[in-house]
Write a protein that binds this ligand. Sequence first.
Ligand code: HEC
Length: 401
Amino acid sequence: MPWFDWLSLFVRWFHVIAGVAWIGASFYFIWLDNSLESPPEWKKQKGIKGDLWAVHGGGFYEVAKYAYGPEKMPENLHWFKWEAYTTWLSGFALLILVYYLGASAYLIDPSVMPMESGQAIGLGLALVFGGLVLYELACRSPLSQYPVVFACCLAVMICLATYLACHWFSGRGAYIHVGALIGTIMAGNVLFNIMPAQRKMVAAVANKQDINPAWGEGAKLRSVHNNYFTLPLLFIMISNHYPMTYQHEWNWLVLILIIAISAWIRHFFNLRHHGIVKPGILVSGAAAMLALSIWVSWPDASPASLNTQESTKANTEVDDQTVMQLVETHCQSCHSRSPTDDIFKIAPLGVVLDGWEDVERLAPQIVQRAAITKDMPFMNKTNMTEDERNQLAQWYQQRQP
Ligand code: HEC
């Protein structure tokens, strides 16, 4: 359906633009807040508690942060809220377009849990909005007085959501739902807390009343959560290009570890903004990422490194004809100049496997996806067996000099 693809393209494009604006503004303000310096006396007398000079794009900028508020409300006050709202709205639209309208192709993997589209969509929505409600309740409970305990509970909730999603949905459907949950919590923090607190502050300044410090503190807790969520969220948004993560048999653990490590790396930058440089965090984060990648992809990192143990029970050679037949039966319904699949009307990512030349040229990719990461055939729609996958692997090995 070309019109559908265009719609998906425009929404995705917009989502990326809005997301860049949101996270960009958020990074900028975190940096700003952490980089403020003590202002000269005359500024202090005006109620300014921190100031900063910057040069950018051919001009000098002077930024001042007030301890409370300006004496008089400025005519134009910039809020930075639509970045968050439009990112969430376009992201949710994309979730519907790709994963809900295409549930049977993208969300449901019968080998994980067979279910109807309606059921899968219901579970997906329950995960995202159920998680949001739990988080909001926790924020309004006494738990919010203990930021560290709160953070631990939040971590447990994210782990649980990840575990459940990976046992309900296809790998990529599961990952995107964890991302949707995190993104929804982040946008919810803006909508339900940060904005109302700011409205109260603005109203207080306009009415020349005192600002209650508690308004800002509640918002601060949620800003900190949003801050640590950014790197994990961005990983999840690009994860569907990397089947070695979401397709792993322990895919839930892979995601939890990546979330934890990337939040840890964010911690380095937060401290650094305050002038505390702890290279140990960055080094241990990088080492943990490296260890994770070795665990995930060792020893079957590439088709060339396939070894014979599992694939050659019978030592019979696999001939080219058998391989061509496997591709015809299991791949061509999608990967062809004229696909017959009910959903994929254009060869996905331009991978066409119509003739023997195609198969020879793309042999490493074919074996990689069908015999190693095993994320092809897509959702195993054409029911490829382990045996058939092993045949591909063996054929590939035979060809190695
Ligand atoms: C039901 C449709 C379908 C079938 C059947 C199918 N694929 Fe795919 N294939 C896809 C989709 C969709 C993608 C794009 C996935 C993505 O967006 O990451 C893809 C991507 C690929 C890629 C990745 C290209 C790249 O550059 O990353 C390879 C290689 C591939 N398929 C090989 C195969 C092989 C080999 C088979 C048969 C064993 C097969 N596919 C069967 C739908 C299918």
